[in-house]
Design a protein around this ligand. Structure first.
Ligand code: ASP
Length: 320
């Protein structure tokens, strides 16, 4: 019996030693062309070499990322179907009345990927040019300013919640089906403001199609086009800090040897000079600290769940 079990273990680990022997799929729970999709496609490219396999990106969008997350939670736990999700994984438990998965129990945490600050941007016809002018205008128009977002549970929606609670102003949230239509309407002046990830806003800021009032991170970005943009904390909202982050997940029960292989590949990918350069050009910082470790990643998600449950509860927002 003991020999039989040992034999089985040897066969199993030999099988996993071959991992991956076919393409690996990264499920992105948002639509193609959006910020998370860009992040996942860059990562897929950088993972190709360390995994020695093709890495495919597959978009399963809807319901603030919860549909795509549920798909991975239910996928075969063999390491071939992974999830690239953002901050929404940590905020969905407070936002959604019912979730089709258990955030901390149904996934293996493979490591955080990056942190992406957002920008507070406005329609080009706004009279305000600085954050001080903008906040005066917002308080003079309390309850009347439109704030676009990419849908309930999107990063822009979450950023809008923190913004309203910090400013102690109510705005009218305008949810769109993704970042692209929200940005189109902001440029066209149909909505007033949006708190959008820098990586998506940079081209519009550079083309002067939108006005930029501040960054949501505690540090400025070094990109030439954004270096002069103050953080919201510097501009008057002391301590304002809202950074979007992405992480990599596998279904619960994925064999430890496969998880170790995936974590090692992630570490190599995040050291890839081309990836780092591409992300820097998008204003995104690749993670290099202990949150790249599965345990550190999980702890971080838990802390974000705690932080956001209060913000969301105070905002009174819920989603079906
Ligand atoms: N991450 C979403 C997307 O890629 C957008 C968002 O959360 O704001 O479409």
């Amino acid at each position: 019996m003991a020999i039989a079990v040992a034999g089985l273990a040897a066969v199993t680990s030999a099988a996993w030693a071959e991992f991956p022997d076919k393409p690996v799929t990264l499920v992105v729970p948002f639509s193609a062309g959006g910020p998370s999709d860009k992040i996942a496609r860059d990562l897929a490219e950088a993972l190709r070499k360390p995994l020695g396999q093709t890495v495919i990106v597959d978009n399963t969008a809807g319901a603030g990322g919860t549909i795509g997350a549920a798909r991975v939670a239910r996928a075969t736990a063999d390491g071939y179907t992974l999830l690239v999700h953002h901050i929404g994984l940590a905020t969905a438990p407070a936002l959604y009345k019912k979730l089709p998965y258990k955030t901390l129990e149904d996934f293996e945490f493979l490591g955080l990927i990056n942190e992406a600050p957002s920008t507070l941007i406005g329609k080009p016809t706004l009279a305000a040019n600085t954050f001080a002018e903008l906040s005066q205008w917002i308080s003079a128009n309390d309850g009347k300013v439109n704030l676009a977002n990419a849908g309930v549970g999107s990063a822009s929606h979450l950023c809008g919640l923190v913004l309203q609670s910090t400013l102690k102003s109510k705005m009218i949230p305008v949810p769109y089906k993704g970042t692209a239509p929200a940005m189109t309407d902001l440029i066209g002046g149909q909505v007033d403001l949006m708190c959008e990830q820098a990586l998506n806003a940079i081209p519009q800021i550079e083309a002067k199609k939108v006005k930029v009032f501040g960054l949501t991170s505690t540090e400025r970005l070094t990109l030439p086009s954004l270096a002069q943009v103050p953080t919201l904390s510097e501009a008057g909202l002391k301590g304002f800090n809202m950074t979007v982050w992405h992480g990599l997940y596998a279904p619960r029960g994925t064999p430890p040897a496969v998880l170790a292989r995936l974590n090692a590949a992630l570490r190599t990918a995040l050291k890839d000079a081309d990836l780092i350069k591409r992300e820097e050009a998008l204003g995104v910082r690749v993670v290099t600290d202990s949150r790249l470790e599965p345990a550190g990643h999980k702890k971080f998600v838990e802390s974000e769940m705690l932080r956001w449950s209060k913000i969301i509860k105070d905002s009174g927002e819920t989603a079906e």
